[in-house]
Ligand binder design. Sequence first.
Ligand code: FAD
Length: 288
Amino acid sequence: MEHLDVKNGRIDAARTVDAAGERHRIDADWFVCAVPPDRAVRLWSRDVLAHAPELAGTRDLHTDWMNGLQFYLRETPHGLGELLSFMDSQWQLTAVLQSGIWNRDFARDYGDGEVADCLSLDISDWDTPGILYGRPARHCSPAQIARECWAQMKAHLEDTGASVLPDAVLHSWFLDPAITWHSEQGRNTNDEPLTVNTVGTWSKRPAPRTGIPNLFVAGDYVQTDTDLATMESANESARAAANALLEAADSPAAPAATWKLYQPPELDGLKRLDAQRYKAGRPHLLDT
Ligand SMILES: Cc1cc2nc3c(=O)[nH]c(=O)nc-3n(C[C@H](O)[C@H](O)[C@H](O)COP(=O)(O)OP(=O)(O)OC[C@H]3O[C@@H](n4cnc5c(N)ncnc54)[C@H](O)[C@@H]3O)c2cc1C
């Protein structure tokens, strides 16, 4: 989607460009915009903002880089849990060992039959220099990123001398294709940055119903009870957008089910303590 046409205070049509570069006009009665915030702002034209000024706040929302890298392994490493946090890694690596969470025969169902497992990483710090090349991930080629991540995991797992990730188990790797390496500039670009809800941005985030009666918004940056950029909040916002649409259309269809995020009461005391500390200008208890 490239543009929203506005006529008489309503969205008249959406303009799109397909993969072959062909332009299309999509006519509809109702529009749900479910693109990420960095893309949504490109659709908030002067005409759109004239009727839905509350959408202007989307420009002030924050995105950052967090992208995935998968390592395909010839065998499942011994002694690793399913969820791994490499707390001391320069690039803030976390990982999931896939064989532990899916009841599938990896070698039979995926790849060339030689792969027994997948270690799926999130790289959350693209700005701190790594240990092999002394450069942040933003300035490393895909192969350098893969070698760095492997080295940082080994440094974390093997610091007592035991071999946990022998190099021979590595079959291949795959970096998120949203990351594009520009060798002439020595840097990456990221087509899919992550939404990060920063302090004080609630009022900048749109509600599912906008000032334009036939335009609704969904996505992890929309105001929700979940209030954290996750699949849950994206899902909740989509349900809220669908329900707002059904109501505006006076539809007899049953609304989508909605629910509040479960808040474990056993954490209430810690939250109150954190609120007091925040008010007093003191750091979070777990901030080192
Ligand atoms: C590496 C990583 C790990 C994550 N891990 C977790 C996790 O473990 N648990 C969790 O809950 N959340 C996780 N998240 C967050 C979660 O993935 C997102 O919050 C969620 O996917 C957001 O959903 P969304 O529908 O708002 O946006 P998206 O899922 O980004 O969907 C937006 C869609 O819009 C399309 N699009 C973009 N621009 C246009 C355009 N101009 N026209 C048409 N279409 C367009 C995109 O191609 C995409 O399909 C993770 C995110 C990342 C990056």
